[in-house]
Design a binder for this molecule. Sequence first.
Ligand SMILES: O=C(O)CCC(=O)C(=O)O
Length: 258
Amino acid sequence: MGQIKDKTKLMQLNDADISSFYENGILFFPGLLDPNDIMQLRAELDEILDLDRPEILREKHSNRVRCAFAPHTYSKNYYQLMQHPSIVGPVRQLLGGDIYLHQFSINPKAAFVGEAWGWHQDYATWQIENKIAHPELINVGVFLDEVTEFNGPLFFILGSHKQGVIRPEIDAESTSYVLLGVDNNAITNLSRDHGLFSPKGPPGSVWMFHSNLVHASNANLSATRRALCTICYNRVDNLPKEHPRAEWEAHSDFTPIL
Ligand SMILES: O=C(O)CCC(=O)C(=O)O
């Protein structure tokens, strides 16, 4: 993958991409990354999912991995993915300045037993727990496996980021990973006015979404795994004021990438 040292080598979004991001809260690039890079990441995945580390979280009803946080701290390939020019360039553009890594997780959603994620907005947690003042964070998804309609793809409510933080409710019941969820009444109202979008595509596909965009995903009942990385970047002038979460869940190395 190679590290980036030169800002001129970063991928740049065009004006239509940027307008679409502000309108919908998400951009999707099917097959953006080089298949050879994705093969290297996939080659390490089974080994990572076998690790016994505190930052590897399990599903509620099986012992399978739900989230493997912070793989970049021990894997060179995942470290380089976090600095990939086709990711860092657009995120810097969308956030309008220097960025650092706030959170990085592999969500493997195992075949048959990978569990759902209820409706939520990522920024709600970061605002309430980390006292991050502005929703100037972007969550990037990188598909490690093909994502289909059958293996637990995400659903996004287009344009929902414009609502700001919607009365978060703690969801500690449905899965092992406690979420600040959005309740069904709010989802019903949002669904009346906004379309749903569920990106599907080959390994190497990438999305970038606004941290207030409402999203969820179903369980994986299919026979194929649905592994993807979620990599979240924050702007360096929007730092957390409190640090109640583990280092692997909310990083405190604010060194700008590049
Ligand atoms: O991996 C999934 O299916 C959902 C992940 C998610 O919603 C998140 O990381 O905020």
